[in-house]
Design a protein around this ligand. Structure first.
Ligand code: SAM
Length: 229
């Protein structure tokens, strides 16, 4: 796949565990690929400003936090949900990094770690935090809730949905049936122009259901599809 929306760069400021919180069992996602998927999905949106972004399997909120940091000027609101309450709490902590107070709090935490342990990694994290803070020109409002996305979801009307569904032995996700059920629920809570980007491991496939497939790509062990109503 050719990268059309995210040139190669050094994305270490956004590495999980540096400024953005990481935790045990929380999966990572390559920053460049994430931005590329988002850029491709956004290119199909009629609305380019005040985007409402939703991740129904938000995990620790890493993907949404990275996207918010990169495209905060065009994102108005973020919704994050997960079936696991502790994941939702983690996502809340990360998405607070899209506010000045959240970033200042993180800066103090890292400063304290550096003063206590004097590690080079803490100094680097502090520098990344300052850069992210400097780049943030606008805060994003985020809302969180616990929900099984294969069942009824609230009527959010998102413009763009991006999600990295469970795979491997992460959780109990009976792959094809769960994916199909999630697609149906997302269809119900979307508006006619909503664009959906679904990432999965390459053993999974969407049947699409009522969604129309615009793109599908396999990159290494990952696969993603972009769908419209
Ligand atoms: C691959 S992880 C998502 C990682 C996330 N994108 C991030 O940036 O941290 C998949 C998530 O799906 C959640 N999950 C599993 N089954 C679910 C369901 N039925 N409804 C909603 N979330 C579910 C898991 O708890 C896990 O956090």
């Amino acid at each position: 796949m050719e990268y059309l929306y995210c040139p190669n760069d050094n994305f270490e400021d956004y590495s999980s565990g540096r400024v953005i919180y990481s935790g045990k069992g929380l999966p990572n996602f390559p920053v460049r690929l994430l931005n590329e998927i988002y850029g491709r999905a956004k290119s199909y949106l009629e609305k380019k400003e005040n985007i409402i972004l939703y991740d129904p399997c938000c995990g620790g909120g890493y993907a949404l936090t990275v996207l918010g940091m990169f495209d905060h000027l065009h994102i108005d609101r973020i919704y994050a949900s997960d079936a696991n309450a502790s994941m939702v709490a983690f996502a809340k902590k990360n998405l607070e990094l899209l506010t000045y107070s959240g970033l200042r709090k993180r800066q103090h935490e890292i400063k304290h770690l550096h003063e206590t342990y004097g590690k080079q990694s803490h100094l680097e994290a502090l520098m990344s935090c300052e850069k992210i803070c400097h780049r943030l020109q606008k805060e994003i409002t985020a809302e969180f809730f616990e929900a099984d996305c294969t069942k009824t979801l609230p009527d959010l009307n998102p413009d763009l949905i991006i999600t990295d569904v469970p795979y491997g032995n992460l959780v109990d996700w009976t792959e094809k049936a769960a994916l199909t059920a999630m697609l149906e629920q997302l269809w119900k809570i979307s508006h006619p122009q909503t664009i959906l980007a679904v990432c999965m491991d390459k053993s999974q496939k969407t049947s699409g259901g009522r969604w129309i497939r615009l793109e599908k790509h396999t990159i290494g062990k990952r696969r993603f599809e972009i769908l419209k109503k």
